[in-house]
Design a protein. Structure first.
Length: 253
């Protein structure tokens, strides 16, 4: 014998008698026979106190006055459509959603590959041919990585050239602390006065501060991972009376 329970519609407040089998038919989801609202019949169960509850008949649920013969009760009929907000999303719409999500993910991957193509080619050499092919279509180039924060000037000095008056000699070592080879940076060298204000400055490209005979080969190979590049540059300082100097690395935009 099934236990008779009472559940109350949270929308209209109408109480109905229901059997446990009805509630288990669709995980407790039932439709109110008075207002048509679909609700959780289990969560809406109420206790039957000493005073009898006024129960309403519900043709949709097959719940009738207990004094009359009851037809077979049933949970929310599968053939009755659920409200729009409770209906399952149509398969074509789900397929479209997943397709758009996949395209968005591919777009993000492509954007990241384009943005970090140099680092990707350095980390995965086998990917370089594919990246270069893609760049030929997009009008870009796969260069060596340019992570300026992983470059530093280990040591540098400026001294007068003992053989030529007014000429100074810049010696420096650029260190690459990255785990991959990096492009040679440009150098910004400035001569300053006593107040550290620049008197004159010059930008030195890799082709100017590297050995001319080996510049093309070195630039193509870059500064190797964990390696360094030594440089010696001669500069004319005869037109200023400088007391200091400043050297900075940068990559031209």
């Amino acid at each position: 014998m099934q236990v008779s329970l009472v559940t109350r519609c949270p929308t209209c407040g109408t109480a109905f008698r229901v059997l446990a089998g009805q509630l288990s038919a669709r995980a407790g989801r039932v439709r109110c026979g008075k207002c048509g609202a679909v609700f959780d019949g289990i969560a809406a169960l109420v206790e039957q106190g000493p005073e009898p509850l006024l129960l309403e008949p519900s043709p949709q649920l097959g719940l009738f006055d207990p004094r009359r013969p009851q037809p077979q009760p049933a949970a929310a009929d599968d053939e009755e459509p659920l409200p729009a907000f409770m209906a399952e999303e149509p398969a074509p719409r789900r397929a479209l959603w997943w397709t758009l999500s996949a395209l968005a993910a591919l777009a993000l991957v492509a954007q990241a590959a384009y943005q970090y193509r140099a680092e990707l080619a350095a980390a995965v050499p086998a990917a370089r041919p594919s990246l270069e092919s893609a760049c030929r279509l997009l009008g870009c180039r796969v260069t060596l990585p340019r992570q300026l924060k992983l470059l530093s000037i280990d040591s540098y000095e400026v001294r007068a050239d003992p053989r030529r008056e007014g000429i100074i000699v810049l010696n420096a070592v650029i260190r690459n602390r990255a785990l991959f080879a990096q492009d040679y940076p440009a150098l910004h060298f400035a001569l300053t006065d006593e107040s550290s204000r620049p008197l004159t400055s010059r930008v030195l490209t890799p082709g100017e501060y590297l050995d001319r005979e080996r510049a093309a080969q070195l630039i193509g190979r870059g500064i190797e991972a964990g390696g360094g590049a030594s440089l010696t540059v001669y500069l004319d300082a005869s037109r200023v009376r400088a007391t200091g100097y400043h050297l900075e690395l940068f990559y031209p935009s």
